[in-house]
Design a protein around this ligand. Structure first.
Ligand code: ZN
Length: 71
């Protein structure tokens, strides 16, 4: 994955972060535009804000990719 910062993800027009829960394999999509964040911060800071809805954050979240949000 070449994108490392929030600014890079937004510039690449891929603001949706896909996060995999290592406990239940559930994937949560997070829109990086929804909250103001320092643009030079790593996209990994968004991991702190994610709680898996399936297992209530029991597992460790992991970034699996970025997308443009069109599915
Ligand atoms: Zn989970």
């Amino acid at each position: 994955m070449g994108v490392a910062t929030i600014a890079a993800a937004l510039t690449a027009k891929r603001p949706w972060l896909s996060i995999l829960c290592e406990s239940c394999d559930g994937v949560t999509d997070l829109d990086l535009r929804m909250k103001p964040r320092p643009p030079d911060a790593s996209i990994r800071i968004a991991l702190r804000e994610v709680r898996c809805p399936r297992c209530n954050g029991h597992g460790r979240p992991r970034i699996v990719g970025l997308s443009g949000g069109i599915k």
